[in-house]
Design a protein around this ligand. Structure first.
Ligand code: FAD
Length: 317
């Protein structure tokens, strides 16, 4: 079932969902199940599974370094199918521009269709770790809008190069990313919002936000989005802070601000266990306010570990 249908069916009740990352290559999927199992009591209508793009690894060979391209966490679509089958829940694979040609994307979407996956999250992806700026892969898309276009075309039976009569069109519900504190490359929040509007005009059905720690950023973002004509659901993404290092890491990687009060509370912690508790309490407080504002879904970034998301959800759902 589509995310938009889940939201409609909930009839104003806020839903619970979360995002997981595939295990590192060579690790068992059981690890993921162990983290999903405790969260199923909160009835998530859908679970997102991230995709990580390829990276370089260097292997020493006869005194020289041989550069190989690898994916450290493959298996997004397989995991989506496995989870859907095991828990009877909708799954949302994240589909990236970076690292994929349009043809590879088409095949991935065909796989999703055959597996009964109804939703996809269309993302550009980031630059590779050695690159300063994102650049499109050979034969790939430059921006998420183009990926939305491709998925929308497929929904109309338009494949890339073939003129075929399709009697079994896909009907993907398409999610895209939104940034309450603007995307790090965007020259301004307003420009970024216009780009977001382009994604919605191209056919995106809903938006999931980047993490934020001050709800006012989300509320202002939703208002500003409405003002420029974005009327699809905007799902807030919540990340519980888990380690002291997040205080530097999150602003550095995602260009987001942490509120002073949160910084002070983290600074007062002596151990990461205490930081984790602060993160849980902050997320509960954020979630309560968002629930009171009737947001469609509270979407948690679990990063594969469910104990803190469980502690939060058990206070709310
Ligand atoms: P876009 O919408 O393409 O925007 C990227 C930048 O380009 C923005 O600054 C935008 O303003 C600008 N822009 C857009 N269109 C144009 C244009 N036509 N001309 C000029 N500028 C333009 N990353 C992963 O690798 N894997 C994941 O699974 C993943 N999941 C995510 C889930 C969520 C909810 C979010 C918020 C992010 C996720 N990301 C993931 C990170 C995401 O890939 C990065 O933030 C990436 O840098 C931007 O992706 P996007 O889809 O927002 O890009």
């Amino acid at each position: 079932m589509k995310i938009t249908e889940h939201i409609k069916k909930a009839d104003g009740k806020t839903l619970f969902s979360f995002e997981i990352i595939p295990p590192k290559k060579g690790n068992s999927i059981q690890e993921l199940y162990n983290n999903i199992d405790p969260l199923m009591e909160f009835n998530p209508p859908f679970i997102d599974v991230t995709t990580s793009r390829e990276e370089y690894v260097y292997i020493e060979k006869e005194g020289l370094l041989d550069r190989k391209v690898t994916r450290m966490r493959p298996g997004t679509v397989g995991i989506c199918a496995a989870i859907k089958h095991k828990y009877d829940v909708d799954t949302v694979p994240h589909v990236l521009c970076g690292g994929f040609s349009k043809e590879e994307t088409e095949y991935l979407l065909v796989d999703c269709h055959y597996l009964g996956i109804d939703n996809v999250m269309a993302l550009r992806g980031d630059a590779m770790s050695h690159q300063k700026y994102f650049s499109a892969s050979e034969g790939g898309h430059e921006y998420a809008t183009q990926l939305v276009d491709q998925i929308k075309n497929l929904n109309c039976g338009k494949y890339l190069h073939d003129v075929i009569e399709s009697n079994d069109c896909t009907s993907f519900c398409i999610g895209v990313a939104g940034y309450p504190e603007k995307h790090l490359e965007a020259p301004s929040l307003q420009t970024d919002l216009k780009r977001l509007k382009e994604k919605v005009d191209a056919g995106a059905d809903y938006i999931v936000t980047q993490m934020f720690f001050d709800n006012n950023k989300y509320f202002e973002f939703v208002e500003a989005a409405k003002e420029i004509g974005i009327h699809v659901p905007i799902i807030p993404g919540i990340k519980p802070i888990a380690i002291k290092k997040h205080m530097q890491l999150l602003p550095q990687v995602f260009k987001i601000d942490l509120p002073e009060q949160l910084i002070n509370e983290i600074q007062n912690c002596k151990t990461n266990k205490e930081v984790r508790q602060v993160g849980v309490e902050w997320a509960i407080q954020q979630s309560r306010e968002l629930l009171a504002a009737n947001v469609p879904v509270l979407h948690y970034y679990s990063m594969g570990k469910s104990d803190n998301v469980h502690a939060i959800a058990s206070q709310l759902f």
